[in-house]
Design a protein around this ligand. Structure first.
Ligand code: ZN
Length: 334
C-alpha cells in the first residue's frame, strides 16, 4: 500500500523497478514543500524491506513496515538540518552516512538513507556524498529530497534517478481531505485551494487552526495596504523587513499570499472567477477587481514577482519592499 496520494506515475515506475529488481542506487525526489516527498521515500524504504507475503510491497502492516513508518527501523536513516539551528547539512553528517553505509544492514535487506532538503548540503558535504554515490555499496539506497528550484551540484544530480512530484489538482486534495480525513466539504474546498496541490499542508491546516488564523492576519495586512495611502503602506514595511530578517522563507510566504490575491483579481477580471484560490472572499474579489484595469493588475503581479527575485539576489529588503508599495495602485482612500 503506497500512502503517497496522487503520484501514480512515479509510484508505478517504482513498482516496476521493484518487480524487475532494477532499483537505482540513488533517487532525487523533487517537488514543492508538503507535496509528499517524504511519504514517497518512506514507502520506498518499506517496499525495499517489507517482510509481507504479498507480491506488491509495501504491505504496511509487517514489523518492518511499521518500524519504518514510526522511524524506528535500524536500517532506514533520515538525515536533515537537525535541531541545532544549522542552515546547512554538514560534511560531518555525510561522513557518518558514509561510515554507516559501509556496514551491512542490521535487520533489513536494504540500507536506506533519506536526505531531506538535500539542496542545503554544504559544498563539502555534497562532494563527500558524491564519492559515496560513485562507488555504491550493494543493498544501499540513497533518496535525496529537494524542493523544486533548489540547486544541487550537477555531479550529484547526474548520479541519481530523478523523480518529480508535481502538485496535485485541487479536486484531488479536496477529495482526500473530505473522504480520508473527514473534513467538512466547504472547509475542504478552501484548504485544497490554499494548499496549491500540496496535500501535507492541507492536512496540517485541517487539524491546526493556527495556519488559517495566520493566513487571515496576513490577508488583513494586505487588504490594509491595498486600501491605504502611502503612509499606511510605508508603516507596514518594517514588519515585512522583520519577517525577512526572521527567515527568507517567511518573507516569501507573505509574497506568495499577495501573489495569490492579485492572481485571483486577474482571474476574476478575465471571467475565470471559479478558479480563484481565495474562494472564501469571492465577492470581495469581484468588487475589488472592478476598481482596476487589467494592465494595473498585471503590473502588480510582475512587481511582486520582481520583489521576490530582488530579495533572492540580496537586495536591501527595506528598499525592495518600499518599491513594491509604490507599485500598487493608490487605494480608494488615498
Ligand atoms: Zn511490509
Amino acid at each position: 500500500m503506497w500512502q503517497v496520494v496522487g503520484q501514480s506515475r512515479v509510484v508505478s515506475l517504482l513498482q516496476r523497478s521493484l518487480e524487475q529488481g532494477s532499483i537505482a542506487h540513488a533517487y532525487l525526489v523533487v517537488g514543492p514543500p508538503h507535496v509528499g516527498k517524504m511519504t514517497l521515500a518512506l514507502n520506498l524504504a518499506q517496499a525495499l524491506n517489507c517482510q509481507g507475503q504479498g507480491d506488491e510491497p509495501p504491505c504496511g502492516v509487517c514489523d518492518s513496515c511499521q518500524k519504518i513508518a514510526s522511524g524506528k527501523h535500524a536500517d532506514v536513516q533520515i538525515i536533515g538540518l537537525g535541531s541545532n539551528g544549522s542552515a546547512e547539512i554538514s560534511i560531518d553528517q555525510i561522513r557518518q552516512v558514509q561510515h554507516s553505509s559501509n556496514l551491512p544492514p542490521f535487520e533489513g535487506r536494504h540500507k536506506v538513507f533519506i536526505i531531506e532538503r538535500a539542496e542545503l548540503m554544504s559544498t563539502e558535504a555534497a562532494n563527500c556524498l558524491l564519492k559515496t554515490l560513485e562507488e555504491p555499496a550493494a543493498g544501499v539506497i540513497f533518496i535525496l529530497l529537494a524542493t523544486s528550484g533548489g540547486v544541487l551540484p550537477a555531479t550529484v544530480v547526474s548520479r541519481c534517478q530523478k523523480l518529480e512530484l508535481p502538485p496535485l489538482p485541487a479536486s484531488e486534495v479536496e477529495n482526500v481531505l473530505s473522504q480520508r480525513w473527514g473534513v467538512e466539504q466547504q472547509r475542504a474546498g478552501l484548504l485544497a485551494r490554499l494548499s496549491h496541490g500540496c496535500l501535507g499542508w492541507a492536512i496540517s491546516a485541517a487539524s491546526d487552526e493556527r495556519l488559517l488564523q495566520q493566513r487571515a492576519e496576513r490577508l488583513e495586512g494586505l487588504l490594509n495596504i491595498i486600501g491605504g495611502d502611502y503612509a499606511v503602506r510605508f508603516a507596514y514595511v518594517p514588519q515585512l523587513v522583520a519577517w525577512f530578517g526572521q527567515s527568507r522563507g517567511l518573507a516569501q510566504e507573505i509574497l506568495d499570499l499577495w501573489l495569490d490575491w492579485w492572481r485571483d483579481l486577474l482571474l476574476v477580471k478575465l471571467g475565470s472567477g471559479s478558479a480563484v484560490t481565495n474562494i472564501d472572499h469571492e465577492s470581495m474579489l469581484v468588487d475589488m477587481a472592478g476598481g482596476y484595469r487589467l494592465e494595473q493588475i498585471r503590473a502588480v503581479i510582475n512587481s511582486i514577482q520582481a520583489t521576490g527575485e530582488r530579495l533572492r539576489q540580496n537586495a536591501n529588503p527595506r528598499l525592495a519592499f518600499e518599491v513594491l508599495m509604490l507599485s500598487i495602485p493608490p487605494g480608494r482612500g488615498g
